[in-house]
Write a protein that binds this ligand. Structure first.
Ligand code: SF4
Length: 530
């Protein structure tokens, strides 16, 4: 059944009066919003969005029947999300409750109380929209999936579970196409849990981050998934909300970061195989990572992906080092050549050692975000993310900043993985980023390997870290962000530091590095020199 609204003469006369006074952009019945898919209002308004409006332009909402407050909240949230000022909104209603709602907003909306008793006829579908005004439901559960280096899938890179079939076997892109996985019972069950107000077990990490005032991956979705977020029908399991693909696309990487593992770095895998105790190194379980099996999956992945763009138009490619993967660059070129890129948001999370020429075509994309993983500076960076001299990363960051300054669709961010090695030195890193003009950075907190996580700080290390961070003198915004780190340190458990020291010494020995030379203060406090 389709929605059918038949206006009577009284509504037509209001419409005529408004047209004499205003330039009416659209008239939307609030009753219709309450009985349509949750994306209805966004889809109506977004084609009418302009960066600026004339003083006489108005978006008009009619309401002549009792309406739920959640629907009114949804209208306000959608206007805010699209960035249409309340000034350009006009509500015409005969409902006292609607009048008081809009008039009592922090930025009140103009309301005309009409005495008309409309004979508006409604013949509507049974759709009961579910609005996500409190942002408790996560867009990743509706929009796409994240592919792991071995072809298994998750809802996003933070999701602590694999997407599995009803028998409990993880799906793999080698045997099930992306649309098939997206239509799985597993994902439907996750959505169901979100709709019930629960946090799916795989999403506990986001919940934990949010509970300490941090910025979770979920809370970033309205921005990161900006080109698809408003199209989500939260009440539906239809794949029409599909629009995002992310992935750790292989483990090809030129760095051996101490916070990383063979799963995500072929260089670490190669190092582990080199020092393997197996007589036949091919029998070492690490060998499969050394072989970088992504080549087995990549052709399946990209051909599957090309079949479903559009509607997929939001991409988040991680690695390994995703800019070393030629297919990723070719895929970007494919989006440009087929004219789709102008609607696409693309994000790479990179180790900063690469600057491919295609970045010079950032203006062909709706947005191209390059997030560079930088946890420390200079020699400390070189020890923590072993493999290239610091000045290469520094120069690439400079190039990215210059590109960003000449191209509005290019965005630069820095991801800081907070762990024992760098937590003491964060104020210096933040001051340096500020001096380079990088204002967009975020912290994520390492959980594995556990011996590098904040929970393995010794009590001495905890003391010197807190002293340092609490006395840091940074601009207010940076200080606020640092407060989330301070809170994590304060709440962290402690250890005797032995595992940390043993693992660090092992790496120092095979890499001919010396942790206590570059990281003297934290090395001492962790008992490294004992
Ligand atoms: S809530 Fe967090 S972990 Fe769960 S799908 Fe969303 S972003 Fe991923």
């Amino acid at each position: 059944m389709t929605n059918l609204f038949v206006e009577d003469d009284s509504l037509q006369s209001i419409r005529n009066k408004l047209s004499n006074q205003y330039q009416v952009e659209c008239i939307i019945f609030i009753e219709e919003i309450e009985n349509s898919p949750s994306s209805f209002l966004y889809k109506k308004l977004i084609p009418l969005y302009q960066p600026a409006y004339h003083a006489q332009q108005r978006f008009v909402f009619f309401n002549f029947a009792p309406i739920q407050k959640t629907t009114l909240d949804h209208i306000v949230a959608t206007l805010h999300y699209i960035d249409i000022s309340p000034y350009f909104i006009l509500v015409v209603t005969n409902q006292e409750s609607t009048v008081s709602y809009f008039k009592s907003l922090p930025e009140p909306i103009s309301v005309i109380l009409s005495s008309e008793k409309s004979h508006l006829q409604k013949n509507i579908t049974e759709i009961k929209p579910l609005f996500n005004t409190d942002k408790k439901m996560c867009a990743h559960a509706w929009t796409g999936l994240h592919v792991n280096p071995d072809g298994t899938t998750r809802l996003c890179c933070e999701y602590r579970d694999l997407i599995k079939d009803p028998q409990g076997t993880p799906y793999n892109i080698k045997t099930t196409d992306i649309l098939g996985i997206l239509d799985s019972e597993h994902i439907k069950q996750v959505r169901h849990q979100f709709r019930q107000g629960a946090t799916p077990p795989g999403c506990n990490n986001c919940l934990k981050i949010e509970s300490t005032g941090g910025t979770s991956k979920k809370s970033l979705t309205p921005f990161k998934l900006e080109n698809i977020y408003g199209n989500i029908d939260w009440e539906s399991d239809s794949i029409d909300s599909l629009g995002w693909i992310g992935g750790h696309l292989g483990n090809l990487c030129n760095l051996k970061c101490r916070i990383c593992s063979e799963t995500y770095s072929s260089s670490i895998a190669a190092e582990k195989i080199k020092f393997s105790l197996y007589k036949n190194k091919k029998q070492d379980p690490v060998y499969k990572f050394f072989a970088n099996t992504w080549s087995d999956y990549s052709s399946i992945f990209y051909s599957n992906l090309k079949q479903i763009v559009p509607p997929i138009k939001n991409f988040e490619f991680l690695g390994g080092e995703p800019l070393l993967v030629l297919e990723n660059i070719k895929f970007m070129q494919h989006l440009i050549d087929s004219g789709i890129s102008k609607d696409c948001i693309f994000e790479f999370v990179t180790n900063g050692t690469q600057y491919p020429e295609i970045f010079d075509h950032a203006d062909k994309f709706k947005r191209l975000t390059i997030t560079v993983s930088i946890d420390n500076l200079g020699k400390r960076f070189e020890l923590e993310r072993s493999g290239v001299p610091w000045n290469i990363v520094e120069n690439n960051l400079e190039k990215l900043i210059n590109r960003k300054n000449s191209c509005t669709s290019m965005k630069i961010g820095v991801s800081i993985t907070v762990n024992i090695q760098n937590v003491y030195y964060l104020p210096e890193l933040i001051a340096w980023l500020t001096s380079k003009g990088v204002s967009h950075y975020y912290y994520n907190f390492l959980s594995t390997p556990s011996w590098l996580s904040l929970n393995s700080l010794t009590s001495n290390a905890k003391i010197i870290v807190l002293d340092k961070l609490l006395s840091a003198e940074l601009p207010q915004q940076d200080q606020t962000m640092l407060a989330t780190v301070i809170q994590q340190v304060q709440q962290s458990a402690t250890s005797n530091g032995q595992k940390f020291c043993a693992e660090m010494k092992k790496l120092d020995s095979i890499r001919s590095q010396t942790f206590n030379l570059t990281h003297k203060e934290i090395a001492e406090a962790m008992g490294y020199m004992l």
